[in-house]
Design a protein around this ligand. Sequence first.
Ligand code: DAH
Length: 357
Amino acid sequence: MADDLETLKNDTLTALAAATDQGAWDSVRVGTLGKSGALTGLLKQLGKLDPQERRERGQALNRLRDELTVAIEARGRELEEEALQARLTSERVDVTMPAPLPVTGAIHPISRTIEEMTAIFGAMGFAVAEGPDIESQWHNFSALNTPDHHPARTEHDTFYLPAKGGDGGEPRVLRTQTSGVQIRTMLTQEPPLRIIAPGRTYRADHDATHSPMFHQCEGLVVDRNITLGHLKGCLIEFLRVFFDKPNLPVRFRASYFPFTEPSMEVDIGWSKASGEIGGGSDWLEVLGSGMVHPRVLANCGLDPSEWQGFAFGMGIERLAMLKNGIPDLRSFYESDLRWLRHYGFSAFSPATLTEGV
Ligand code: DAH
């Protein structure tokens, strides 16, 4: 290779090695191979040479151009890679760093308790069902086998809304229980059914232990060959997981609800003196339950000789108070931030069976 080409080659390679960013690299590329680049200039002069010289010089220049093109491209890729690495380092996010705890918000104990119930029953194959807060008397009472003269229907207990067409002009009610969702579910879904229905309920009651608006969680299972054994197994399991007490004593006590036969109230063991759940020798009622009354199944078009079921209903505030040591029902609805910070839950650890309920 002629000396001037050797020099061009060495100068270019040195400049390439010294180019540490894309801009400097581009100047070397243009300065060598560009329209007015050094190598392009030499190629242009070929025409002035005589044929013999032109062939030799031409071959040498072509070789040099190939060599430099490869070197320039390689350096370009190197710089791109370096730039990418630099970005990856400077823009790195440490995903293992704990998120700052929410100082401005917390999950309300009622929402949390609904999440916990959903997680536990969800693991037992239950789906969540919903119904409206404003309900027809038929869904809230009649279809649930509640006679017209039943005390729950009196204005003393129930909020009635002005009659307005539909339902034969019969006034609607603010639902007094979530049990109407049983009816809506049986009317719209084919058995077998396994649902819970958490939601708001309303009664014309207001004192230290009653609020005109409160929450219940309904449960309904309809299938073939369902027995009281299934009801007991399911509710004992739920209560033991919910209170995180594998040996929690659970007692079933005969009772009456219009929509179940037989009906049972369910008590858990606790100590009245210390308030400890599962300890002591006292009993505390926590929910109502029973085998779905054949008339309720028939009201929903199901043949009671083919389908059986069990149902249950519980007060969400009551269970939340017992589990979390919350002494006053009214405090749930006061929106006192100090209370919420104390009894609320972090949004960063939702209720699941693996994270804990
Ligand atoms: N709805 C009842 C109440 O408000 C609770 C209840 C009891 C629901 C027994 C049920 C059940 O589904 O089987 O007091």
